[in-house]
Design a protein around this ligand. Sequence first.
Ligand SMILES: [Fe+2]
Length: 166
Amino acid sequence: MAKTSATRSYASPSPLPEEARQRVATALNERLADGLDLWTQVKVAHWNIKGPYFAGLHPLFETFAVDLAERNDEIAERAVTLGGLAYGTARHVARESRIAEYPQETTRDLEHVALLADRFDTYLEGVRRSRGVAEEARDIDTVDLLTVTISQFEKHTWFLRASLER
Ligand SMILES: [Fe+2]
């Protein structure tokens, strides 16, 4: 019998049924595409930002990029732990990401803050939806992993929204 792409690589140590593991691995790959896309966007903001808030925001954006790189790695490795594969090339990500493209001509500091805050909201919507898939599949370890991602990115979004307050 032909094996599916989500389970062909190796036997998972997870006791969850194959169908559940496959569903969760697919949901994790959707979040990996969004997260890798968002990582490039945060770096673009980190590089191009100009204005009076540069000194605070340039390093703040880097902390987001470092955190997101770690979350992407955890999400990819969880998909593979569940017996799936991790899809993460630039071309794959460009096709699959749900995050709106970043306007790369932007330079003003607070414009970057608003653009990133909106994109973090979209990212969070996706992570919450994938956590729902893991909940349904009774995969509490993936639920935990995505809960960490959500609490981290809700905090990052707060930092951005607070910077926009007048
Ligand atoms: Fe840098």
